[in-house]
Design a protein around this ligand. Structure first.
Ligand code: ACO
Length: 482
C-alpha cells in the first residue's frame, strides 16, 4: 500500500494580534457581537512589511528547517492563495529561492478564493499516488492575508500560512476514493477591483453558499464512504470464505443497511474551513439535519428527537434562515461539536480567517491539541471540509496511521508545531493598530513602484520571519529574514 498523505506541516501566523472584545469596544458595536455573535476571540494581522510571498517564504523555510529536508528532496511545490501581488508571476516562483541547486520542481500557484490550498493538496496527493511520481516529496503551501474594509466583515479578517509536506508511508493518509466536490457559479465573494485588497462580499449570501456547498459534498461524501465500506465488507467476507457475495457497485439504498451509513458522528474529528467560529458550529449542526432528512427519506421515520417533523419535508432553501431549526440543531450537536470539532477550531478562533490556509490551520490545531495529548491514534478518522467562494468545495477523509518511518509521525508534528504556545507568545496590541496596519497595506496597493514599507517590523516579527524590504522602481520585490 502506498499510504499517500500528509507527513508533516508547519504554521505561520503574525506576531501581533488584537482581542475581539477590544475590537467590539473600538468599533462601537454592542459587547458580545464578535465574541458571542461570531464566536471569535482574537485576530492576527499584517502591515505592509509582509505580503503573501513573505508569508509563504517564512512557513516553507521553517518546514524545511524543522524537518531537516534537503532542497533536492522536493519534486513538487504548489501554492494556494487569493492574496495576489502579481497577475502573472506566481508565489511558487518566489519560493524557488529556498531550493538552491534544484530547478526540477513542478507545481504553480492555484487561485480559487479559500479553496486554492485544497486544490494544491489534491494535486500533490494525486502526483504522489501516480505512476508519474519520481519518489520525492511534494510541498503544498496555503497562505493568505484576509483583510476586509471597515464594517461588519472586518472582525472576520486574519492572516496566516501553512506548509504541508506530502509523500508516501504517511501518518495521515488520504484515500482518493473518499472525497466529494461541489462546484458552482455564485457571486458571494470576489475581488474584481485591483486597486484595493478588500473583497466585494455579500456576507449573507456567502453563508448560504457555504451551507449549500457543505450539504452537497456531505451527502455525496457519505454515499461514497458507504460504497467503499460495503465493497470492503463484501470482499472481506468472500475472501475469508465465510460468505459468498458480489461486490456492490452502487451506494447503499436499502434501509436494512444502516451499518454502512455515515453520519455526523461517524468521524472522530471534523475540520471545517473557518471564516468565523459561529458559522462552523451552525454548519456542523446542519449535518445533523441532513442525517435526519436522509433517514426520513429512506425509512419515512419522522420521529426524531428535537426535530419538528415539518422541517423534514420543507424545501431545503427555506430552512437556512429558520431560527427555530437553528436553535434545535445547536442543542442536538453541541456535545459532538465539543468532542469532534472544538480542538480543530481553537487556532482560528484566536487568529481569524486565514482564507486558503484556514482548513490547514484547523488540521494543525487538531494535531497540536489532540495529537499532543496522544489521542490521535491509529485508525482515527478526520473528515475535512474545504470551501472557497465562487464556489468550489471538497470534503475528504484523512486517516491516522502508525507510520513505519521514524522521520514522520503525529507526535513529531505536535512537538514541532507547539501551536498554542506560539499563539500565547504573540504581542497583543490595541485595535487602532489593526486600522493603521490595514491603512499601510491599502496605501501600498495604491502606491505602485517604488515603495518602501512603513509598518514597524524591528523587534516585532518572530525570529525566522521574512519581510518585504521594498518594491524597486522596476516593480521587483526583495525580502529579508529576521
Ligand atoms: N451579543 C451576542 N450576539 C450578537 C450581538 C451581541 N451584542 N450582536 C449581534 N449578535 C449576533 C447576531 O445575532 C448574529 O448572530 P446570527 O448569525 O446567529 O444571527 C451575529 O452576531 C452576527 O451579527 P450580524 O448582524 O449578522 O453581523 P453582520 O451582518 O455585521 O456581519 C457577517 C456578519 C455577514 C458574517 C460579516 O462578518 C461578513 O460579511 N463576513 C465575511 C463573509 C464571510 O466570512 N462569509 C463566510 C463564508 S465565505 C468566506 O470564507 C470568506
Amino acid at each position: 500500500d502506498k499510504n499517500v498523505g500528509i507527513l508533516a506541516l508547519e504554521v505561520y501566523t503574525p506576531s501581533t494580534y488584537i482581542e475581539q472584545t477590544e475590537l467590539e469596544e473600538h468599533s462601537g458595536v454592542p459587547a458580545g457581537k464578535y465574541t458571542i455573535g461570531l464566536g471569535q476571540d482574537g485576530l492576527g494581522f499584517c502591515g505592509d512589511a509582509e505580503d503573501v510571498n513573505s508569508l509563504a517564504l517564512t512557513v516553507v523555510h521553517s518546514l524545511l528547517e524543522k524537518y531537516n529536508i534537503d532542497p533536492s528532496e522536493v519534486g513538487r511545490l504548489e501554492v494556494g492563495t487569493e492574496t495576489l501581488v502579481d497577475k502573472s508571476k506566481s508565489t511558487k516562483t518566489v519560493l524557488m529561492d529556498l531550493f538552491p541547486g534544484n530547478t526540477n520542481i513542478e507545481g504553480a500557484t492555484v487561485v480559487n478564493a479559500c479553496y486554492g490550498g485544497t486544490a494544491a493538496l489534491l494535486n500533490a496527493f494525486m502526483w504522489v499516488e501516480s505512476d508519474g511520481w519520481d519518489g520525492r516529496y511534494a510541498i503544498v503551501v496555503a497562505a493568505d492575508i484576509a483583510a476586509y474594509a471597515r464594517g461588519g466583515a472586518r472582525p472576520t479578517s486574519g492572516a496566516g500560512a501553512v506548509a504541508v509536506l506530502v509523500g508516501r508511508d504517511a501518518p495521515l493518509t488520504f484515500n482518493p476514493k473518499e472525497r466529494a466536490t461541489h462546484a458552482a457559479n455564485v457571486w458571494d465573494f470576489f475581488k474584481p477591483d485591483h486597486t484595493v485588497e478588500y473583497p466585494t462580499v455579500d456576507g449573507k449570501l456567502s453563508q448560504v453558499c457555504y451551507y449549500q456547498a457543505l450539504e452537497d459534498v456531505y451527502t455525496r461524501f457519505c454515499d461514497k464512504l458507504a460504497e467503499v465500506s460495503s465493497k470492503k465488507k463484501t470482499t472481506t467476507t468472500t475472501s475469508n470464505g465465510r460468505s459468498k457475495g458480489s461486490t456492490s457497485s452502487s451506494p447503499i439504498k436499502d434501509k436494512t443497511d444502516d451499518e454502512h451509513m455515515f453520519t455526523a458522528k461517524s468521524h472522530d474529528y471534523f475540520v471545517f474551513h473557518a471564516p468565523y467560529n459561529k458559522l462552523v458550529q451552525k454548519s456542523y449542526g446542519r449535518l445533523f439535519f441532513m442525517d435526519a432528512r436522509k433517514r426520513f427519506e429512506r425509512t419515512g421515520d419522522k420521529d426524531i428527537e428535537g426535530i419538528d417533523p415539518e422541517w423534514l419535508s420543507k424545501p431545503i432553501h427555506e430552512t437556512y434562515t429558520d431560527k427555530g431549526l437553528e436553535g434545535s440543531l445547536k442543542k442536538m450537536s453541541a456535545a459532538d461539536y465539543k468532542r469532534r470539532l472544538e480542538d480543530a477550531n481553537m487556532a482560528s478562533k484566536r487568529v481569524g480567517n486565514t482564507y486558503a490556509a484556514s482548513v490547514f490551520l484547523g488540521l494543525a490545531s487538531l494535531i497540536d491539541r489532540v495529537g499532543g495529548r496522544g489521542d490521535l491514534t491509529h485508525g482515527k478518522s478526520i473528515a475535512v471540509f474545504s470551501y472557497g467562494s465562487g464556489a468550489l468545495a471538497t470534503m475528504y477523509r484523512l486517516k491516522v496511521r502508525e507510520s513505519a518511518s521514524s522521520r514522520f509521525s503525529i507526535p513529531k508534528m505536535a512537538e514541532a508545531l507547539k501551536l498554542m504556545e506560539r499563539l500565547d507568545s504573540r504581542e497583543k496590541v490595541h485595535p487602532s493598530e489593526l486600522d493603521h496596519a490595514l491603512e499601510t497595506r491599502a496605501r501600498m496597493h495604491r502606491a505602485g513602484a517604488p515603495y518602501s514599507p512603513v509598518y514597524p517590523t524591528i523587534g516585532r516579527l518572530f525570529p525566522g520571519t521574512y519581510y518585504l524590504n521594498g518594491i524597486d522602481s522596476n516593480w521587483i520585490r526583495t525580502y529579508s529574514r529576521v
